[in-house]
Design a protein around this ligand. Structure first.
Ligand code: ATR
Length: 269
């Protein structure tokens, strides 16, 4: 049977095996999908062994996405620009190929929720790996502007400079950000530490759409904060997780799982 896996450290918490098992059953694909915890110093050997033993595809998670990128013989344009790879497979010549489906996963989740980026004034908070992965797919959807801001301003500045040839993206020091914005993406890991970025609440208006890339059983701290300022639509990153997996599944199997909503609902429960 065709073998797939997610590789990370730690990886026990990963929902990917559950997600891909549901996709496989929806699309009647015969495959297995496991978790592999690679030792920190042994990620590259783990990947090589997996494919050497006939494995078909890997998802890569924290902290290995940049190392996966560096190993690849071929990268898609979106992966090359993201500097990070979350999906690995071999081409017909047996060469290692890498893609990054995080950005398209986020855009597809927004689309499912009826949110279009077209002509929107977008604020992206954060300038780490998560944000890098989504900028190109965002710019491809014609927002009016994307403003990048980050606790460490130099990182947002650098990121804006490297993506500005692809569309209207600029950076602003976090203390100078003033809103409101149409769409706000929290791409920081602050919610994991139950912290809020030090940013003006003028970013929020009732019609602002707020998206936290993190997810939690209840509202993330950022989304709860947005609600306090009367934001009506807040979304967390669970849909993005399922949609990035759907895109990886499509790359591997050539079949697109169409019912991602039932998978999101099953995980929510
Ligand atoms: P990831 O791959 O998840 O993006 P990362 O590359 O470590 O992880 O980036 C984490 C991001 O969250 C960074 O933008 C970080 O800001 P700095 O560049 O200043 O470190 C941001 N971040 C983390 N904790 C934060 C906090 N408490 N307040 C604001 N920003 C925070």
């Amino acid at each position: 049977m065709d073998r797939y896996a997610v590789v990370g450290h730690p990886v026990a918490h990963s929902k990917s095996p559950q997600i891909h098992a549901m996709f496989a059953s929806q699309t009647k694909q015969s495959m297995v999908y496991e978790r592999i915890e690679a030792p920190l110093e042994g990620f590259e050997d783990t990947v090589q062994d997996f494919f050497y033993q006939g494995g078909k595809g890997l998802n890569v998670t924290v902290p290995f996405k940049e190392r996966a990128w560096a190993m690849c013989d071929h990268l898609t344009e979106r992966a090359r620009l993201a500097g990070a790879v979350n999906t690995l497979y071999l081409d017909v010549k047996g060469q290692l190929c890498g893609d990054n489906t995080d950005g398209v996963g986020l855009v597809n989740d927004l689309t499912n929720q009826g949110v279009s980026l077209n002509n929107k004034k977008v604020l992206v908070i954060g300038a780490g790996g998560a944000v890098k992965g989504v900028l190109l797919p965002f710019l491809e959807n014609q927002p009016a502007t994307i403003t990048l801001t980050n606790r460490t301003h130099a990182k947002a500045e650098q990121l804006a400079a490297s993506f500005s040839q692809y569309g209207p993206v600029s950076s602003l020091a976090i203390e100078n950000v003033e809103g409101p914005y149409d769409l706000i993406i929290n791409g920081t890991s602050a919610s994991l530490d139950k912290q809020l970025p030090a940013i003006s609440t003028s970013i929020f208006a009732p019609d602002t759409i707020v998206y936290d890339m993190m997810y939690a059983k209840n509202d993330t701290i950022f989304n709860a904060w947005a609600r306090q300022y009367n934001v009506r639509q807040v979304i967390d990153g669970l849909g993005m997780l399922v949609e990035q997996a759907a895109e990886a599944f499509y790359i591997w199997r050539g079949v697109r799982p169409l019912d991602t909503q039932s998978v999101i609902c099953a995980l929510r429960d």
